[in-house]
Design a protein around this ligand. Structure first.
Ligand code: AMP
Ligand code: ZN
Length: 465
């Protein structure tokens, strides 16, 4: 079985065999949410991709050390906190709590560290001082800027190169999507209505980019394995992170850069400012199972755009039902001696599933392999059941699948399931007493709820239609 993971590195623009810097421990920095509002499902597409990455490493026998920051001071958080008249920390606390709830709902495994930018101001100041000593900065009106012409590698990630005629042009805003490289702000002079920290650099507050450099290096070291984000982070955010970190240390910052393509709605990036967004809460309120949302987000490989539609979400919900139905049938069908046919199929699944993930996290192939296995299991159960060995091999395959995809419904029967089981028991009793009218009435009542009964030689099994 392959244990080698191939990943597309934005920095080299190539698929590469992944080599951990430190044997079996992978150090990963993932740019986290800006906590000024509820995150939308576009953001969660990126976070779920990072979760699949983390879980794949674990399936392949690595230990993961993952950091995901919370951006709790930047242009947007300050502006929104001011609008709502709540102090910045109190304001961002609310959305930090909402973010952690959403992660749990989406079964995203917790990272090892969730640093908040405002807790790392001294580390940011330290890096800026090092950059000053190295001649990478200049001051203007109380702010400190990064002079990008002092860093020859500027543009190596994004391909956006400084142009000679832009020399000296500066930007103060945290996020700018124009494709021009400009001297960007590291430390911003105090401004009316903005929080201020008194530091050796003078009073002020950090620019957005320096935050991630500081938190990444503080928790993962000056050089680490993987840095992730959405494609919109490539420029300027990640390009600037490289300039700051490598400018200060003279060492490579992250070896591998992975970027998730966007979730789009009718061809446009889902974004707060475009108003074309859904939060996870919106979808749950409309009655969608969060597992269906997770399934939809991960079913398209991370380097392809994902077009969000409600049809797609319904199809994802059906896929989740299919998994649940197969699990239930597997649990309720007694073993059939000698029916070992699935042992090889289940092993083949484990290999295909790992191969798909090893191929730059090809989740579409991984999910297709799972559906093949589900189909084989259902066919075998239709044919009268499977042996204990086959059932064990299938369960081992499902365990692998669930350890990465995490879309298998909880095994614990719900109250609704218990009620269905009770009605099936009453129907069996009615049949035994030859009260067929009552037995049929129960079958019809269940059918009206979308529950299909199947009478097999070993009793009645049910699934959702
Ligand atoms: P933000 O809260 O805006 O800093 O974004 C948090 C993360 O979500 C970043 O890694 C972004 O690249 C990512 N992101 C933002 N919009 C989308 C989208 N429509 N699809 C996928 N990822 C996104
Ligand atoms: Zn970042």
């Amino acid at each position: 079985m392959t244990e080698r993971l191939r990943l597309f590195n934005t920095l080299t623009r190539r698929l590469e065999d992944f080599e951990a810097l430190d044997d079996r421990v992978v150090r990963i920095y993932t740019c986290g949410p800006t906590i000024y509002d509820f995150a939308h499902i576009g953001n969660y597409r990126t976070f779920v991709f990072e979760d699949v990455l983390r879980r794949t490493f674990q399936l392949f026998g690595y230990r993961v050390l993952q950091v995901q920051n919370l951006t709790d001071v930047d242009d947007r958080t300050i502006q929104r906190a001011n609008q709502s008249g709540v102090p910045l920390r109190e304001f961002t606390d609310r959305f930090a709590a909402a973010f952690f709830e959403d992660l749990a709902t989406l079964r995203v495994e917790p990272a090892e560290h969730y640093p908040r930018a405002t807790d790392y101001i001294p580390q940011m100041v330290e890096i800026i001082k090092r950059l000053e000593e190295g001649g990478h900065t200049y001051r203007s009106e109380g702010s400190v800027y990064y002079r990008i012409s002092t860093f020859p590698g500027y543009g190596k990630l994004s391909g956006v190169r400084p142009e000679a005629n832009l020399a000296g042009a500066r930007v103060d805003v945290d996020d700018y999507d124009k494709e021009d490289a400009r001297d960007f702000v590291l430390w911003k002079a105090p401004k009316e209505g903005e929080p201020v920290w008194d530091t050796e650099l003078g009073p002020g507050r950090p620019g957005w980019h320096i935050e991630c450099s500081a938190m990444a290096m503080a928790l993962l070291g000056e050089t680490f394995d993987i840095h992730c984000g959405g494609v919109d982070n490539i420029f300027p955010h990640h390009e600037n992170e490289i300039a700051q970190s490598e400018g200060a240390t003279g060492k490579a910052f992250a070896h591998t850069w992975l970027h998730a393509e966007h979730l789009v709605v009718e061809g446009e990036k889902m974004a707060k400012r475009l108003g074309n967004f859904f939060t996870l809460r919106d979808l749950v309120e409309r009655g969608f199972d969060p597992l269906a949302v997770r399934y939809l987000l991960l079913s398209v490989p991370y380097r392809q755009r994902l077009n969000f539609t409600f049809d797609g979400l319904h199809a994802a919900a059906q896929a989740i039902d299919r998994i649940a139905n197969t699990l239930r049938r597997l649990d309720s069908t007694p073993e059939a001696a000698g029916a070992d046919g699935l042992v090889d199929g289940a092993r083949e699944f484990q290999r295909d599933f790992r191969d798909a993930l090893a191929d730059d996290l090809n989740t579409a192939r991984a999910v297709a392999a799972l559906h093949d296995l589900l189909r084989r299991v259902n066919t075998a159960l239709d044919g009268g059941g499977i042996s204990a060995a086959a059932a064990a091999a299938v369960r081992a395959g499902f365990a692998d699948a669930d350890s990465v995809l995490a879309v298998f419904p909880e095994r614990r029967a719900t109250d609704a399931d218990a009620e269905i089981d009770a009605l099936i028991g009453q129907r069996a009793a009615a049949r035994a007493a030859r009260d067929f009218a009552r037995a049929d009435a129960i079958r019809d009542e269940l059918a009206a709820r979308g529950i299909i009964l199947e009478d097999t030689p070993h009793g009645t099994v049910w699934h959702r239609g």
